[in-house]
Structure formats: C-alpha cells, structure tokens
Design a protein around this ligand. Structure first.
Ligand code: T46
Length: 132
C-alpha cells in the first residue's frame, strides 16, 4: 500500500496548537464533505465498507482509534492517536474503524457528497469488483 499516513506540521505557540490541512497541498483531493463520528460504543466497529469513487482523509482530532485498510492485496492497521496524524483512504479500499477511545472524535474529509450508491457494503462484492 502506498504511503497513507501523514504527520502534519503542528503550528504551535505559547497559546496552544494548530494544524492546517489544505486541499491539493496536504490531501490529494478537493473537499466536498466533512463529517465526524463520536460517542462510539465499546467494541463496536464503524465503516466496514468501501466506496466506488469516494476518497477520505481521517483524523482523530480527539482521543484515538484504529483504522484497518484493505486494498484486496494487503491489510494494514493504523493507529490514529494524535490530532496531527492524517490517514488517506483511497476509493476501492475497504475500511474498518475500531478500538475507539471513549473521547474519540474521528473527523473525515471526503471528495464526494454523500451518495449511498457509492458504498460497497459486501466484502465478496468488493473482491468481485477488484477482480474485474
Ligand atoms: C466512514 C466512517 C468513519 C449521511 O447522511 N451522510 C454522510 O455523509 C454519512 C457518512 C452518513 N450519513 C448517514 C447514513 C446513515 O444513515 O448516517 C448514517 C450512518 O452512516 P454509516 O452507517 O455509513 O456510518 P459509519 O460510521 O459506519 O461509516 C461512516 C462513513 O459512512 C464511512 O465512509 O469511513 O463513518
């Protein structure tokens, strides 16, 4: 899998910290949608699907979680435990978000508006599309 984790520069001073993420500079797409998940239940994973076209960029802006990305050839689990760490999830990569800390706020930037038909929720179907 290509490099998917970025450690962003922390622009801090005596007042506190700031991280800036810009389309086309730090992430490889124009941002069309922002959503975040929080208040996750213990041992309950999120995601567990892929997208035909949607690309995502995930940041645990509070707390921590783990994200397993699977491109059909390789499955890698990443730990997001700092607000300056970003994870790129390309289209046609199966993503599972799990092991959330109770205070986790997982911010997601996406290149597409929400469209349910862009989701691939069946793993066998995901593999069938990859094999085409
Ligand atoms: C992902 C993880 C981290 C919308 O109406 N608009 C949206 O932009 C999204 C993402 C969801 N929804 C609706 C659809 C469902 O009725 O919100 C409800 C929950 O969505 P979903 O079951 O897809 O939630 P997760 O946490 O399993 O997955 C979401 C994203 O779908 C997914 O791409 O990476 O958060």
């Amino acid at each position: 899998m290509n490099k998917v984790i970025t450690h962003h520069k922390v622009l801090g001073d005596e007042r506190g910290q700031l991280v800036a993420i810009e389309s086309g500079i730090h992430i490889p797409f124009e941002i069309k949608r922002v959503f975040y998940i929080y208040g996750t239940q213990p041992n309950v994973p999120r995601g567990q699907h892929s997208h035909h076209k949607t690309q995502q960029y995930l940041i645990a802006v509070s707390g921590s979680c783990q994200v397993t990305l699977d491109n059909g050839q390789e499955k890698v689990t990443h730990i997001l435990d700092q607000p300056h760490i970003g994870l790129f999830q390309d289209a046609m990569v199966w993503g599972s978000m799990h092991d959330f800390s109770p205070d986790c706020v997982l911010l997601v930037l996406a290149n597409e508006h929400y469209n349910d038909s862009d989701y691939i929720r069946s793993y066998p179907e995901f593999n069938r599309i990859l094999a085409k």
